[in-house]
Design a binder for this molecule. Structure first.
Ligand code: PLP
Length: 441
């Protein structure tokens, strides 16, 4: 059903779901159950031995989650997906599925702050080292590889700089060394498909644009099915050495044999990590996210077109010193948005309000329609002043290194009417000091 279909169609019909096999219900039903009745003891034994695939226990799989997983996989052009309790859990699983104590991975420096904490502190305590590479030069990734480097990690559209990541350039480097590129595509569903550019795995915080209504926390890993986990067995030991926790399974070998598909990464994440670490997405939350997913292609169009109009307005505003948006970068970095972003450049905008910290604070407080929240990707427009909130513990030097200047405000443009968005920005910028321009819509 999903093959050769457009995102608008996949979001509603994708993932092999036509109607509920048990009831013929058209809307995806919410299966609130922990467990599933086995047909007989052979059936139960086959499920546990992975000789047959089917439902065992909701920590590991659930029919509602299954529809969401198949649809997100289809939307990204991947082969299989695994949902987890949050975007943070998805990032954690993404790394732990390839790295063990003593291993390292190379990540882009342009990252969500929560991911930086996870990579720099928590994974380090587990013996997994993160090495940071500046993505402005893709070759920086190659310089940090050694024998124990297991993956590369980056975000498609990271704030505050909003520099589109060089996906093909870095995934080509990785593939030379049998190192998969894992892309966090949270900020760019539908408008960028990292798997088409060589990434092996996509991670999403479903909490943001895919859920889209600010109601549900969730995360997901998508296996691109395009990476050979057995090509260099020493490079990927978790897929080639026998797993003592699962009867000696060599995941890179056994999964293609059992399923006929290259979905070793997704299967290992499910049957080892979900089994052992828990953190499944609750079926209620999967159901909530499906409601958002069904309209995400439509919403992304409106987010992107509203953001473009807001950028045009903000660039001309007297009280705005600088506007940050993917298409405004010069040279090669600006070119990346043309190469990788299709149908829009996202909803996120950075602005430097004239007058520093006080002006930034005043601007936020003067917004009437925008919500002042630590979130992105809601249908509503959102704003935050990082210097006094998310980044307030940092020194002035650290703030600048993170790209957070004193007057910097992050906007996540919603799907309201663009004239109303611009009018709210206009009145709030006027309140930050000097008279404002007329809204352009
Ligand atoms: N990745 C990105 C790019 C994010 O912006 C966030 C949250 O803001 C996350 C991951 C973590 O997602 P969650 O809040 O669902 O745990």
């Amino acid at each position: 059903m999903s093959k050769n279909k457009h995102p608008e169609t996949i979001a509603l019909h994708g993932g092999d779901y036509r109607s509920d096999p048990a009831t013929t219900a058209v809307a995806v039903p919410l299966y609130r159950t922990t467990s599933y009745q086995f047909n007989d003891t052979d059936h139960a034994a086959n499920l546990f031995a992975l000789k047959e695939f089917g439902n065992i226990y909701t920590r590991i799989m659930n029919p509602t989650n299954d529809v969401l997983e198949k649809r997100v996989a289809a939307l990204e052009g991947g082969l299989a997906a695994v949902t987890v309790g949050s975007g943070q859990a998805a990032s954690t699983f993404a790394i732990m599925n390839v790295c063990q104590s003593g291993d390292n991975f190379v990540s882009s420096t342009d990252l969500y702050g929560g991911t930086v904490n996870l990579f720099t502190h928590t994974l380090k305590k587990l013996g997994i080292e993160c090495r940071y590479a500046d993505p402005s030069d893709p070759s920086n990734f190659e310089k940090l590889i050694d024998d124990r480097t297991r993956c590369f990690y980056a975000e498609t559209l990271p704030n505050p700089y909003l520099r589109v990541f060089p996906i093909k350039e870095v995934s080509d480097i990785g593939r030379k060394h049998s190192i998969p590129l894992i892309m966090d595509n949270t900020a760019a569903p539908v408008i960028c498909k990292p798997l088409e550019h060589g990434a092996a795995v996509v991670v999403h915080s479903l909490t943001k644009f895919i859920g889209g209504h600010g109601t549900v926390i969730g995360g997901c890993l998508v296996d691109g099915g395009n990476f050979d986990w057995t090509k260099d067995p020493k490079r990927q030991p978790l897929f080639n050495e026998p797993d003592a926790s699962y009867g000696g399974a060599q995941w890179g070998v056994v999964v293609p044999q059992l399923t006929g598909a290259n979905v070793s990464y997704a299967v290992r994440a499910r049957v080892v990590l979900l089994r052992d670490l828990g953190a499944p997405l609750a079926p209620d939350n999967a159901w909530g996210i499906i409601q958002g997913l069904e309209t995400v292609p439509l919403r992304m169009k409106q987010h992107c077109s509203n953001a473009e109009k807001a950028v045009a307005f903000l660039q001309k505003h007297k009280n705005v010193d600088r506007v940050i948006y993917p298409t405004l970068h010069k040279g090669e970095i600006g070119e990346r948005s043309k190469k990788y972003m299709k149908g829009g450049n996202g909803a996120l905008i950075g602005i430097e309000v004239k007058g520093g910290v006080e002006a930034g604070k005043k601007f936020i407080e003067s917004l009437k329609m925008f919500y002042h929240v630590a979130n992105i990707g809601d249908a509503r427009s959102l704003a935050i002043h990082p210097a006094t909130t998310t980044h307030s513990q940092l020194t002035e030097e650290e703030l600048l290194a993170a790209g957070v200047t004193p007057g910097y405000v992050r906007l996540s443009i919603g799907i309201e009417h663009p004239d109303d968005i611009i009018a709210d920005l206009d009145q709030a910028l006027g309140a930050s000091g000097k008279p404002s321009l007329k809204a352009v819509s």
